[in-house]
Design a protein around this ligand. Structure first.
Ligand code: IVH
Length: 680
C-alpha cells in the first residue's frame, strides 16, 4: 500500500540539497567565471551550515559535495567561449592544494589555539587575498606554475608567472634540493588595480570588482606582455617537497628567503593565545597600510612533525586555521535614491545616505547597481540599510534592517523616463540596465561622448577637460563632436577663466588631432563596445570609413574580437542619419578617415640605418614603428651598440638603454621627429 508518511522527510534534507547546489554554482561563478555572486562571509556561512547538516544526516554523504572538495578555477576549454582561455596545460598537483578552515570569530580562534597540545609554537601570517599558485623548481629552475584548479589539478600559467619580478626563474645555489615546491599568493597591488580599472573605464570595458578578480583575470590572459604591463606581484608562504632542510615551517620560509624568494616580514612565531591575539589585533588595523589586499590571518603549527600528527581532513589541514577579518559594515539611513546617466546612457541608481564613517572614510553615496538589485534587497527610501566596504573600493549596500516599521505603501519603482532629458527609458532583454536611448539629445551622453572623443587614447586634444566641455556645452558652443572643429579663437577666449593663450592651446590641440590615425578616429567616435583594441583590428581590415560604412554585421563578425553585439552596434551607428552628418563634417574638417593603405608607403629614407626602438609611444604601436622602419629601408635592431644609428625613444625608455646610448653618444629621436623623417 502507498505509505503517505514515507514521503515526508525532514526539511533539513531539502535544505542540504539546496545548499549543495547553491555552493556548487557559487564556486563555478567565483572560480571559472570570475564573477562572485556571494560575499566571502555568505559563502562561509552557507558552507558551515552545509557541514552541520551533513553531520546530521550521514546517510546523505556525497564525495562530490562542495564540503569535500575545493572550488575549481580550471579553465574549461570546451565550455569556455572566450577564445583567450584555451591554451593552458592542465597538470596534476604533486600534493593536493587544500583550502583552510576559517572563522570570523576571535573566540573560535582562541579555542583552536587552546586545544593544541601544550607548548606548540604557532606561526602567524597574513592571509593574502589573491589566488594561490604552486611553483615547481627542478634543479633550481622554475619549471611549472600551477593554479589551484580543483585542488587536484591546475592550469600551468608559468609564462604569466614569469612576468612577476620577485619570482626567481633560477636559483644559483649549491644547497637547493633536486625538487621543491613553493606555494604562495598572486596579487595585483591596490595601486595597479586602480590604474587598470581607470583605464578600463576610459575604454568602456567592464571594471574588476576587486584586486583578486583583477589578478585572476590577468593570470588567465594569453598574452604575457599584457600580464607584465599590469604588474602582478606574489607573496610566498609554504614550502613542500622531500628531504627539504629544516624541521619547522618557519625555518623553511627562512630558507626560501635565503634562496631569494620574497617572504613577508609580517610572519611571527607565537607561543600562546595572548601572543596570537595581539598579532591579530595589530594587523587588524595595520594591514590597511599594506600595498596589497589581505582578508585575514593564517595560524599554522610550526613544527612539521606535529603538523604530521595533527593531519588533514578531506579539504583542510588540521594544523592550520584562518581568522577572517569581518568586512566593515555600518547601518545608516537611505535618504533618497538618485539616478546617474552615464556616457552610454546607462541609468545607475545611487543611494544617498546619511553620512557614516566606514574604514576611515566618510561614506554618503553608494551604488545600487540596477533595478533588480534594489528589488532583490527590497529596499526603498526611508529604510535603514547596511553599507559595506570589503575588498572593493566602492562601498556597497548589502541589505536593510529587517526590524522596524516600514512605510508599506511607498513601494519602490524604477523611473520610466530619463532623469536628465525625459526620454522614455528602455531595457534591453537580457541586460540588467535601463538605458536612455536619446544618444544625441541627452546632456550627460553628449558631454560624455565629447570627453571620450578628446581623451588621450582617442583624439588626444589637450586643454579640453571635463569642466571646459561642460562650460562650452552650457554656452551652446559644443553640441556634438563635430562642433569641436568649428570652435573659433574669439569664442573660446571670450569665456571666463580662458585667456587667449589657453584658447590658442586648445586650437593647437584640435589642429594636431587632424593627424591622428584612422584607427584612433574610429575609437574616438564612441561606438558602443568598440574599445581601443577592437577599433585597431577593425581599422586594419576596413582601412577607409566608406568601406566600413557598407560592411554587413556578418562581414564584421569575421574580424577577431568582433561578436554579433559589436557588429550590430557598428551597423546601427552608420544607419543613424545624425551620425552620418557628423561624420561628413569631421571629414570636411580634415580628420583621417582612411588608414595607411594595406601596403605601407615605402622609400629608402632610412636605408643603411640601424634603429633601436625603446619605450612606449602615443601615436603608433612598436610593431607599427618596426614595420615603418623596414618599409623605409632601415633595420630594426634589439640592442644598442656602436653601430646603432639612432634610438627611436618613447616614454619610459629603459634606464640601461639610455645609459648605454649616452656612453656611446648615440642620438635619441622622439616619435614626432621620427615621423617627420619618414613622412616628409
Ligand atoms: S597556507 C595547506 N598561508 O588562503 C595550507 N594560505 O583559504 C595552505 N592564503 O588556498 C595554505 N594567505 O590561497 C596559506 N599566509 C597564507 C595565505 C594563504 C592566503 C590563501 C591560499 C589558500 C587560501 C585558503
Amino acid at each position: 500500500m502507498y505509505d503517505l508518511f514515507s514521503e515526508i522527510e525532514a526539511p533539513e534534507r531539502e535544505e542540504l540539497r539546496r545548499l549543495r547546489k547553491e555552493l556548487e554554482e557559487a564556486n563555478y561563478k567565483y572560480y571559472v567565471l570570475n564573477m562572485p555572486t556571494l560575499s566571502d562571509r555568505e559563502f562561509d556561512e552557507k558552507m558551515h551550515r552545509l557541514q552541520a547538516l551533513e553531520a546530521m544526516f550521514p546517510d546523505m554523504f556525497d564525495p562530490k559535495s562542495p564540503t569535500q572538495h575545493v572550488g575549481s578555477d580550471l579553465v574549461e576549454s570546451k565550455k569556455s567561449k572566450d577564445k583567450s582561455n584555451k591554451a593552458f596545460e592542465t597538470v596534476k598537483h604533486k600534493y593536493p592544494m587544500l583550502s583552510l578552515a576559517n572563522s570570523y570569530s576571535r573566540e573560535e580562534i582562541e579555542d583552536w589555539v587552546r586545544k593544541l597540545p601544550s607548548g606548540v609554537e604557532i606561526v602567524c601570517e597574513l592571509k593574502y587575498d589573491g589566488l594561490s599558485i604552486s611553483l615547481w623548481y627542478e634543479h633550481g629552475v622554475l619549471v611549472k606554475a600551477l593554479t589551484r584548479g580543483d585542488g587536484q589539478q591546475g592550469d600551468n600559467v608559468i609564462e604569466n608567472i614569469k612576468t612577476i619580478p620577485s619570482i626567481p626563474w633560477r636559483i644559483e645555489r649549491k644547497d637547493v634540493p633536486e625538487f621543491f615546491e613553493l606555494r604562495g599568493e598572486v596579487l595585483l597591488p591596490w595601486e595597479r588595480f586602480e590604474m587598470l580599472n581607470k583605464e578600463r573605464e576610459e575604454q568602456e570595458e567592464p571594471l574588476f570588482a576587486n584586486p583578486r578578480n583583477a589578478a585572476s583575470g590577468t593570470l588567465k590572459l594569453q598574452d604575457p606582455r599584457e600580464v607584465a604591463r599590469r604588474g602582478l606581484d606574489a607573496y610566498l608562504y609554504y614550502m613542500l617537497g622531500e628531504n627539504l632542510p629544516g624541521s619547522t615551517h618557519f625555518e623553511r620560509l627562512e630558507t626560501a628567503k635565503a634562496w631569494g624568494f620574497r617572504i613577508s616580514d609580517a610572519i611571527k612565531v607565537c607561543h600562546n593565545v595572548d601572543e596570537v591575539m595581539a598579532y591579530i589585533a595589530y594587523w587588524d588595523t595595520e594591514r590597511k597600510n599594506l600595498p596589497v589586499a589581505t582578508d585575514g590571518i593564517v595560524l599554522k603549527v610550526n613544527d612539521l612533525a606535529q603538523q604530521e600528527e595533527l593531519g588533514y581532513t578531506a579539504k583542510t589541514p588540521r594544523w592550520a586555521i584562518a581568522y577572517k577579518f569581518p568586512a566593515e559594515k555600518q547601518l545608516t539611513l537611505l535618504k533618497e535614491i538618485t539616478y546617474q546617466v552615464g556616457r552610454t546612457g546607462v541609468v545607475t541608481p545611487v543611494a544617498n545616505l546619511e553620512p557614516v564613517q566606514l574604514s576611515g572614510t566618510m561614506v554618503q553615496r553608494a551604488t545600487l547597481h540596477n533595478e533588480d538589485f534594489i528589488k532583490q534587497l527590497d529596499i526603498r527610501p526611508g529604510d535603514r540599510v547596511w553599507v559595506e566596504k570589503g575588498g572593493e573600493i566602492i562601498p556597497k549596500i548589502v541589505g536593510r534592517e529587517e526590524s522596524g516599521v516600514r512605510n508599506q505603501d511607498s513601494g519602490y519603482s524604477f523611473p520610466t523616463v530619463c532623469p536628465e532629458c525625459g526620454a522614455t527609458l528602455i531595457r534591453v532583454e537580457g541586460e540588467a540596465a535601463w538605458r536612455c536611448p536619446n544618444e544625441s539629445g541627452c546632456p550627460p551622453q553628449i558631454k560624455g561622448k565629447i570627453e571620450h572623443f578628446v581623451s588621450r587614447k582617442a583624439m588626444n586634444i589637450d586643454g579640453l577637460g571635463e569642466e571646459t566641455i561642460d562650460l562650452f556645452y552650457q554656452k551652446g558652443l559644443l553640441k556634438n563632436i563635430a562642433d569641436i572643429y568649428d570652435l573659433k579663437l574669439e569664442d573660446i577666449a571670450a569665456q571666463e577663466r580662458l585667456g587667449e593663450k589657453s584658447a590658442q592651446n586648445i586650437l593647437d590641440g584640435i589642429e594636431a588631432s587632424k593627424n591622428v590615425p584612422w584607427s584612433r578616429v574610429l575609437f574616438a567616435l564612441g561606438i558602443r563596445m568598440v574599445g581601443e583594441t577592437t577599433a585597431k583590428k577593425i581599422a586594419r581590415k576596413y582601412n577607409t570609413i566608406d568601406s566600413l560604412q557598407w560592411a554587413t554585421a556578418e562581414q564584421l563578425c569575421a574580424i577577431e574580437d568582433v561578436g554579433p553585439q559589436i557588429a550590430e552596434n557598428i551597423v546601427k551607428y552608420f544607419e543613424d542619419l545624425q551620425n552620418l552628418e557628423i561624420l561628413e563634417r569631421l571629414r570636411q574638417a580634415g580628420l583621417q578617415m582612411e588608414g595607411e593603405a594595406e601596403a605601407a608607403p615605402t622609400s629608402d629614407k632610412l636605408a643603411g640605418l640601424s634603429i633601436v626602438i625603446s619605450g612606449t609611444f602615443a601615436q603608433h604601436s612598436r610593431d607599427e614603428y618596426k614595420a615603418m622602419i623596414e618599409a623605409h629601408g632601415g633595420k630594426n635592431v634589439g640592442s644598442v651598440s656602436k653601430k646603432t644609428s639612432f634610438i627611436l625613444a618613447g616614454e619610459n625608455m629603459g634606464p640601461e638603454k639610455r645609459k648605454k646610448a649616452e656612453d656611446l653618444g648615440i642620438p635619441l629621436k622622439t616619435e614626432e621627429e621620427f615621423l617627420e623623417i619618414v613622412e616628409n
